[in-house]
Design a binder for this molecule. Structure first.
Ligand code: 1CP
Length: 351
């Protein structure tokens, strides 16, 4: 059993909901809450040099992690890092160009897997663990700290295409043409992600989230093989290492397949994307905690529309295990006053 620094703390409101309680108001945090919509983030980002330098600088990454907590008092902080730290740590070239997103030296086939080095990754992760420890030591006791990784499928889509792609075609093609070779890449990612998450928990993360942002690009016949089974494997290995913290699964775009993802993986809570129907959310809420669904663009729009959508989501989830969040990451155009308004609406405060 791993004893982690967070064992000494009383459970946060987020952890209470993940453990089965129903809380009103629900705990709230936002995906990508530390990011470009915050002027204080842009200031640190400019000082840090490259985006990856920021991810690997424990002092600056901790500062950025805490910024949205200091400004809005969210119920949880999420480690500032990126899902592409894992391929970078494994030895793949990864860069982020302003306004263009990530660029990687694409992994073209099984032969290229020999370039990836698990033991090197383990060493590089240590800087991220140091960020986690720094954040936990300064974070208010009642605020949860979420660690994360990308799910193997989603991370593989970037590694194979060398960039974000609209249809994840390169990874899908490799998986069809050479499932055994592609499975080796997935297995390697499972192994390295288990290491990465266990390290984050040992350093103080009390909750984990697995981002499978591109789960929805797979046909039904492939979802089990490349999304569900790797997640089951990852969780089983994590649990066998003595990691007991709750895990939130965010399989974006799976729609009505979310209940089977939940049942098969046994995640402790489920992230709901923007397109998920209310009826699927309510079905999921019968057996688990549900998180998310508010359209990030409604938060950009603000005004009456924001008020209405927030109230409608809160009303629908009354009496359920609910964690308030967006259906995807907050976008850089979001006015900070709208975020403040959102938090006040959820908490029933006057604004
Ligand atoms: O220059 C910058 O500041 C780059 C913007 C940025 C930020 C703020 C990127 C590049 N990553 C991040 C941080 C980040 N990414 C966090 C930090 C914690 C927080 O939530 O505050 C997290 C959890 C992520 C996760 C992430 N990165 C995902 C999964 C969630 C999602 O949005 O679907 C994915 C797919 C990425 C890849 C990535 N990193 C950055 C960008 C622009 C992208 C998307 C690229 C694409 O597909 O086009």
């Amino acid at each position: 059993m791993i004893t982690k620094p967070s064992d000494a703390l009383p459970p946060s409101r987020l952890e209470r909901v993940l453990a089965g309680e129903i809380l009103s108001p629900p705990p709230v945090w936002l995906m990508r809450q530390a990011g470009r919509y915050l002027p204080e983030y842009r200031e640190v980002r400019a000082r840090a040099g490259s985006f990856l330098d920021l991810c690997y600088d424990p002092k600056l990454a901790a500062e950025v992690t805490l910024q949205p907590i200091n400004r809005f008092g969210f119920d949880a902080a999420i480690l500032f890092s990126d899902i592409l730290v894992v391929p970078h740590a494994l030895g793949q070239e990864v860069g982020f160009t302003e306004g263009e997103g990530p660029r990687l030296d694409p992994i073209a086939g099984e032969a290229a897997l020999g370039r990836l080095d698990l033991s090197q990754a383990t060493k590089r992760y240590e800087r991220v663990y140091e960020t986690v420890a720094r954040v936990r030591s300064t974070l208010p006791r009642e605020t949860a700290l979420i660690g994360f990784c990308g799910a193997p499928w989603t991370v593989a889509t970037y590694m194979v295409a060398g960039r974000g792609s609209p249809d994840q075609a390169a990874a899908r093609l490799w998986a069809y043409r050479d499932p055994a070779g592609f499975a080796r890449l997935i297995d390697l990612l499972v192994e390295s992600s288990v290491e990465y998450l266990a390290g984050q928990v040992a350093a103080g993360a009390g909750v984990l989230q697995i981002f499978d942002s591109w789960a929805g690009s797979l046909p039904d016949s492939e979802l089990d093989r490349w999304v569900i089974r790797p997640t089951v494997d990852l969780l089983a290995r994590l649990r066998s290492r003595g990691v007991t913290v709750p895990v939130i699964g965010f399989a974006r775009g799976v729609g009505a397949r979310a209940p089977s993802y939940l049942a098969a993986t046994g995640v402790d809570a489920i992230g709901c994307d923007t397109a998920m129907s209310r009826s699927t959310m309510l079905e999921l809420a019968r057996t688990t905690a549900v998180q998310g669904n508010l359209d990030p663009l409604v938060l950009v729009a603000g005004g009456d529309r924001l008020d209405r959508d927030v109230r409608s989501l809160l009303a629908a989830m009354t009496g359920k295990r609910h964690v308030f969040n967006l259906g995807h990451g907050i976008v850089p155009e979001t006015p900070t006053e709208h975020v403040a308004r959102l938090v006040a609406l959820i908490r029933g405060e006057r604004v």
